[in-house]
Design a binder for this molecule. Structure first.
Ligand SMILES: Nc1ncnc2c1ncn2[C@@H]1O[C@H](COP(=O)(O)OP(=O)(O)OP(=O)(O)O)[C@@H](O)[C@H]1O
Length: 311
């Protein structure tokens, strides 16, 4: 953990996603600019369009004098896109959680209220987080294959955002969902079997508050593969209870593998649907996963820099 003095971040770039979380952002620019001006900060803005945002941001960061920090104002997809642009650089990521789930913000104890999150512009500590490459794509929070990836894909295709839409789609998908068989080779060993879903976890908690990977850190030099085996319908309430109460390991249907590298093959499949930081991708099989230790600087609140699940 590194302290940054309150005066050290002067030029701040805010990456705004106008559609995230179904939140009215008509006053957002004015609110952020006024907040920064009152505290002697200079605010600049970059609005996402949904096409080529990463490439445009990378070009901006490479061609203009770099800002002192870049804030992602959006949900997990926006945070991940900005994190990818900053990974490996000394410029820290800030988060203004304005998405549907805000999973990484919750894991980092970043306030979900805008004015409280804006305090990160002048009161913060810096953490250096591990990041992942999953099938060549960047991820910092959680990725998964199986049931949740299917639900996220349908959620992203739909017009309605928010937790209600997610639950409706999950309920529709569950009765006809067929679990796949996986072969997982890691630097620690090999696992083979069927899974309802498997989560590749750098962090702890989904935006839905499901704690899929309790008591692990975003900077511990390893990631977990959290497996949920196919389960009978009668077991669902008990399983869900454990997932919402940080007791992932306390079930006959769960298992966690900790590793630094992994290769996941899906029986009989040439490609697989993968959810990465809230966005669905179809990737060729097998999928290779690697970890880049502590290569992303992030601004976190000074007094609560430990993930909430450890408190
Ligand atoms: N101007 C835009 N118009 C349409 N889509 C956009 C625009 N800007 C970004 N996007 C899309 O928004 C998605 C990212 O949304 P984000 O994850 O930040 O919010 P969310 O899905 O509401 O919240 P969360 O991921 O926390 O649940 C990406 O798919 C991106 O392509």
């Amino acid at each position: 953990m590194q302290n940054a003095s309150p005066g050290s971040l002067r030029r701040l770039l805010f990456v705004l996603n106008p559609i995230s979380g179904d939140i009215d952002k008509s006053q957002l620019r004015a609110t952020v600019a006024a907040y920064c001006a009152e505290r002697g900060r200079q605010a600049e803005f970059f609005e996402t369009t949904g096409g080529q945002d990463l490439a445009r941001l990378q070009t901006l960061l490479a061609t203009a004098p770099p800002p002192d920090a870049v804030f992602a104002a959006g949900g997990d997809g926006t945070v991940s896109m900005v994190a990818e642009a900053l990974a490996g650089s000394p410029v820290p990521l800030g988060i203004l959680p304005l998405g549907s789930g805000n999973g990484l913000a919750k894991d980092l104890a970043i306030p979900l209220v805008l004015n409280e999150a804006l305090a990160l512009t002048w009161q913060h500590e810096q953490r250096q987080l591990d990041t992942l490459r999953v099938g060549g794509q960047f991820a910092v929070h959680l990725a998964d294959m199986g049931f949740n990836a299917r639900v996220v894909q349908r959620f992203n295709e739909g017009d309605v955002r928010g937790p209600g839409a997610y639950v409706r789609i999950a309920t529709q998908e569950y009765p006809s969902y067929k679990p796949a068989a996986y072969c997982i080779e890691t630097d620690e060993g090999t696992w083979e079997g069927e899974a309802f879903m498997l989560t590749i976890a750098n962090a702890n908690t989904f935006g839905s508050n499901v704690v899929i990977n309790p008591d692990r850190e975003l900077d511990d030099g390893q990631f977990e593969i959290c497996l949920i085996a196919p389960f009978p319908g009668l077991a669902a309430p008990g399983l869900l209870y454990r997932l919402y109460t940080s007791n992932f390991d306390d079930s006959d249907y769960t298992r966690r593998l900790s590793c630094r590298r992994a290769r996941i093959a899906v029986a009989g499949a040439d490609d697989v649907l993968v959810q990465l930081d809230g966005e669905p991708y179809t990737m060729p099989c097998p999928v290779e996963i690697s970890l880049q230790p502590r290569n992303l600087r992030v601004l976190v609140p000074p007094a609560t820099a430990v993930a909430p699940s450890r408190q």
